[in-house]
Design a protein around this ligand. Structure first.
Ligand code: DBH
Ligand code: DBH
Ligand code: DBH
Length: 197
């Protein structure tokens, strides 16, 4: 009796541990396979973007309901880094989340300021494609506990994008190893979406 309780305890511990360690199954692509917007224009990229689409190896389409549309605003600073502010609806409040993207190696590529203090071993942002006035597709990779998480955002200057642009996003996402199950299109909301950064 005491023995079987002990074994049950071990089994339970095993299950809990497995859940805490759910690591993404899909590995991050080699950076050489991630497109880069040619002749990136930092000034043109500034301003507010709606998150129209989101995909990543830690995202599941089944969670779509929980994802409300939010905005991210990029503001160039004197040292050419961006101050990046996201405004998200959390419960009943608009939460602002601010960070700094520092130019990193290539035009259109950035890393996160103060990465280590965020508990990150690596962070990379790469603007894959944009026409500046309509859409942008951006790649993000973070490394935590030696595990790579990657995601891609489909940004819009407005809350709706042409079906062709969404199709292109889906194709790009799939070309980097993700599936339909990893893509979500956040629901439009009224709250917080028009708050100035
Ligand atoms: O949890 C997240 O990482 C997250 C949540 C909301 C996120 O990366 C995001 C929106 O872009
Ligand atoms: O817009 C974003 O890229 C974003 C928003 C919320 C993000 O990268 C994040 C949280 O980590
Ligand atoms: O910035 C992030 O939060 C982020 C980056 C890459 C993220 O949540 C993710 C991959 O899942």
């Amino acid at each position: 009796m005491a023995m079987s309780l002990l074994w049950m305890g071990f089994a339970l511990l095993g299950i809990l541990k497995a859940q805490a360690q759910t690591r993404p199954e899909i590995p991050a692509p080699d950076l050489s396979r991630v497109p880069l917007q040619l002749n990136f224009l930092p000034r043109e990229f500034e301003g507010t973007w709606y998150i129209v689409g989101l995909a990543g190896n830690a995202f599941k389409r089944a969670e779509q309901e929980q994802f409300k549309m939010y905005t991210t605003t990029y503001k160039l600073q004197e040292d050419n880094s961006y101050r990046v502010t996201s405004t998200l609806l959390r419960g009943n409040r608009c939460d602002k989340f601010v960070r700094t993207f520092i130019p990193n190696g290539l035009p259109g590529q950035f890393t996160l300021d103060n990465m280590l203090s965020h508990g990150l071993q690596d962070y990379i942002v790469r603007v894959m494609s944009t026409n500046y006035n309509e859409f942008a597709m951006v790649y993000f990779k973070k490394t935590v506990d030696s595990t790579d998480y990657f995601k891609m955002t489909l940004y819009g200057r407005s809350e709706e994008l042409k079906p062709e642009v969404k199709e292109n996003f889906i194709n790009l996402v799939k070309s980097l190893g993700l599936t339909n199950d990893n893509i979500l299109f956040p629901a439009r909301v009224e709250k917080c979406i028009h708050v100035k950064a």
